[in-house]
Ligand binder design. Structure first.
Ligand SMILES: O=P(O)(O)O[C@@H]1[C@H](O)[C@H](OP(=O)(O)O)[C@@H](O)[C@H](O)[C@H]1O
Length: 223
């Protein structure tokens, strides 16, 4: 049966033969999501399947992958994790998992995410879930605010317009739209003919960028 690169990596980092977490491969999984090699929804469903594994190691390692994805993949993953359906599945897993350490880690993650998303109304399902579970008598571990700092450096969403963001030519049947992966703006072919990698967004393959973002990518990074 064909397995995507993502699935092979996920099998590898959740193997019950591992003696400790395989962080390099876990970060590689985050990169496949950030590079959009795999759809976030598909990735999270695959992780959730591992989470309900009867094997305690597989379940726990999948939880570390989930934690890493939320920390490193930004809105791509937050838009899935912060939904009511995802939260209901987390709640169900906390209630049903036979693994005590998985249950405790899930409670810790829920609380961390609720704190990290406290100012983002669209992810209110997370805080709601914490409130419901507290009302049901679950006790949450002490919050470590440092855990709630996420590096959400992901490529920006794509803008739309009826003309090129740079030369203002109107789009139509001949003049097609193209998007710069660095700024997310929409351009004609001539103004977005360049490509480059975008390491700051975890994109290691050359992707389409506009002239301005290409020029910026050629300048030495002043850190
Ligand atoms: O091929 P089209 O039917 O014009 O569709 C466009 C291409 O898919 C572009 O991909 P690209 O940026 O990789 O070129 C995308 O940026 C545009 O939003 C789409 O409208």
């Amino acid at each position: 049966m064909f397995k995507s690169n993502f699935e092979k990596l996920l099998d590898k980092v959740t193997s019950n033969l591992l003696l400790e977490a395989d962080w390099p491969t876990t970060l590689e999984i985050c990169d496949t999501i950030r590079q959009k090699d795999v759809q976030p929804k598909f990735a999270l469903n695959a992780i959730k399947k591992k989470l309900i594994s009867p094997n305690p190691h597989t379940a726990m390692y999948s939880l570390l992958v989930l934690e890493c994805c939320v920390k490193n993949c930004g809105q791509l993953v937050h838009d899935e994790v912060g939904t009511k359906p995802f939260m209901e599945q987390i709640r169900e897993t906390i209630k049903t998992t036979p693994h005590e350490n998985v249950k405790n880690k899930l409670l810790e993650l829920l609380q961390t995410w609720a704190f990290a998303f406290r100012a983002i109304p669209k992810y209110c399902a997370v805080q709601d879930t914490v409130n419901i579970m507290k009302a049901e008598g679950y006790t949450f571990p002490a919050l470590k605010e440092s855990d709630a700092m996420f590096s959400s450096d992901v490529a920006p969403g794509w803008e739309d317009s009826d003309c090129c963001h740079r030369c203002r030519v109107k789009f139509g049947m001949v003049q097609r739209k193209h998007h710069c992966r660095a700024c997310g703006q929409v351009f004609c072919a001539q103004c977005s003919s360049r490509s480059c990698t975008l390491p700051k967004f975890g994109i290691e393959k050359p992707v389409r960028v506009c002239e301005a973002c290409f020029e910026k990518s050629q300048k030495p990074q002043v850190n």
